[in-house]
Design a protein around this ligand. Structure first.
Ligand SMILES: Cc1ncc(COP(=O)(O)O)c(C=O)c1O
Length: 477
């Protein structure tokens, strides 16, 4: 494609993108296709010769778009959001046009220096103290892996990096029963084995019980096991549980344990001072991650990972073959050693565009709006005798179930709500996620799309109520 053709097609594409932002509202939120349906539209072999751009776009619109679940739909309320925004999309266009691979300072000095600067803006914006340095990871999972690897090395005097885990290296990682599954996955990836993960019981607010944490640590120590890492959650995935950071941090300090804080979703809400209590005690942590790609209008992928001791992280991950050496080493940051993959996209650019376009106040206003909308919706559930709130709302996350008067059998309620969520998601007007709260089937509503307004939340509420009313407990099997 010649640059002039590119110009022509790109203009068309930008028109498509702007139209999409408005017409997405008329599309089903979750793709309404069956397994294999999209595959059938795709040819068995790559085309031998190139095809016209218009044809490719026409096929995209006709065959592929029906198989897209629209995460930017204002009535997308499943999982946690992965919200985007026009400034972030524009920056992504620049990033892909430049196509820089930013593994070393030298391979794009602006990318490195902007990353350091923009992450420090973020650190200040969310009220993290001085003494933490930021790096962008592709995902919160990667940041948790970096934390567990660093903790493993710190606990073994950087020996496992050299010798591998031996039979005598008995380490333990602690997290609550509510913590996102990525911690368990990373314990396996780090070679520690699932048996070394301790799932600490939670209290009535689903927060980690510190008495249980300390009990497990002492028990491990008595058995010759080295407590290496605690992963605390600020906004765990199920009901948004918030672990007591200060108390956990004090225990970690006492026992010399690495403390990582997973604030993947809730971290964005720290831009609002009234929610900063959630990280009271963060100065006792060794690292924290939150995802601007979840709730800060920044396209996936962009995880902000703050570390207290970058040298420990670099020492854990560093490898220096000749071809990665540069004459600036020692004077600059080479982010290649701050994450698992060597190659790095210029992710700081979209954050820079977002932060400059909205300003801190613009971001605060959007996040506050989401939380206010969730509070209002929580009130609708609370006021309707057919519904039950299953856990206290945390920020913009609600857990509810349909519980019509007179039906109190646990299995019937579980079945009823399982049918309800399937019908809601098949209906297409919204998209929600199932959960278990205290063993009971629950449905999560997670508000956080950039364009979500009150009318969308009202539409979601009336969709849920309408579909629930149409359910018969008997046909809910
Ligand atoms: C609390 C929490 N931590 C970690 C993750 C993993 O995030 P990522 O997809 O960025 O790896 C998630 C994903 O939703 C999450 O909710």
């Amino acid at each position: 494609m010649e640059p002039e053709d590119f110009r022509h097609h790109a203009h068309m594409l930008v028109d498509w993108m702007a139209d999409y932002m408005t017409r997405v509202e008329d599309m089903p939120v979750r793709a309404q296709v069956s397994p294999g349906e999209i595959n059938e539209t795709l040819r068995g072999e790559a085309p031998k010769t190139g095809e016209p751009f218009q044809q490719i776009m026409a096929d995209f619109e006709q065959d592929i778009l029906p198989g897209i679940t629209h995460w930017q739909h204002p009535r997308f309320m499943a999982y946690f959001p992965a919200n985007a925004s026009p400034p972030s999309i524009l920056a992504e266009m620049l990033t892909s046009t430049i196509g820089a691979q930013c593994m070393l300072w030298q391979t794009s000095p602006a990318a490195t220096e902007m990353e350091t600067r923009v992450l420090d803006w973020l650190r200040q914006m969310i009220g993290m103290p001085d003494g933490f340095t930021g790096v962008i990871q592709d995902s919160a999972s990667s940041a948790i892996l970096c934390a567990i690897l660093t903790a493993r090395e710190r606990a073994t005097g950087w020996r496992v990096n050299e010798d591998g885990l031996g039979a005598d290296d008995r380490l333990a990682v602690y997290t609550s029963t509510e913590t996102h599954s990525s911690t368990e996955k990373n314990v396996k990836i780090a070679g520690l084995g699932r048996q070394s993960l301790r799932k600490v019981p939670v209290d009535e607010c689903y927060a980690m019980r510190v008495d249980e944490l300390e009990r497990l640590i002492l028990e491990d120590k008595a058995n010759g096991i080295v407590p290496a890492c605690v992963v605390a959650s600020i906004g765990a995935t199920g009901v948004g549980a918030i672990d007591p950071l200060r108390a956990i941090g004090e225990i970690c300090r006492r026992h010399g344990i690495f403390l990582h804080v997973d604030a993947a979703w809730a971290g964005s809400a720290l831009v609002l001072e009234e929610h900063r209590w959630m990280i009271d005690g963060v100065e006792l942590a060794d690292s924290l991650v939150f995802n601007p790609h979840k709730w800060m209008m920044t396209n996936f992928d962009c995880s902000a990972h703050f570390v207290r001791d970058p040298e420990a992280l670099v020492r854990t991950l560093s490898i220096l073959p000749t071809y990665l050496q540069s004459r600036e080493a020692g004077q600059v940051i080479d982010y290649r050693d701050w994450s698992v993959p060597l190659g790095r996209r210029f992710r700081a650019l979209k954050l820079w565009f977002v932060l400059r376009s909205y300003g801190v106040e613009g971001i605060q206003a959007i996040i506050r709006r989401h939380i206010d909308l969730a509070e209002e919706m929580e009130g609708w559930f609370a006021a309707d005798p057919n519904f039950e709130l299953m856990a206290p709302r945390v920020l913009s996350l609600i857990n509810f179930r349909y519980h019509p008067p007179g039906i109190d059998d646990a299995e019937t309620l579980d079945r009823l709500n399982q049918t309800l969520i399937e019908r809601i998601n098949d209906d297409g007007r919204t998209y929600l996620t199932q959960n278990r709260v205290g063993g009971a089937f629950a449905i999560r509503v997670s508000i956080g799309q950039t364009s979500t307004e009150r009318r969308h939340v009202e539409q979601v509420w009336s969709t849920i109520a309408e579909i629930a009313q149409g359910l018969e407990p008997d046909n809910s099997r």
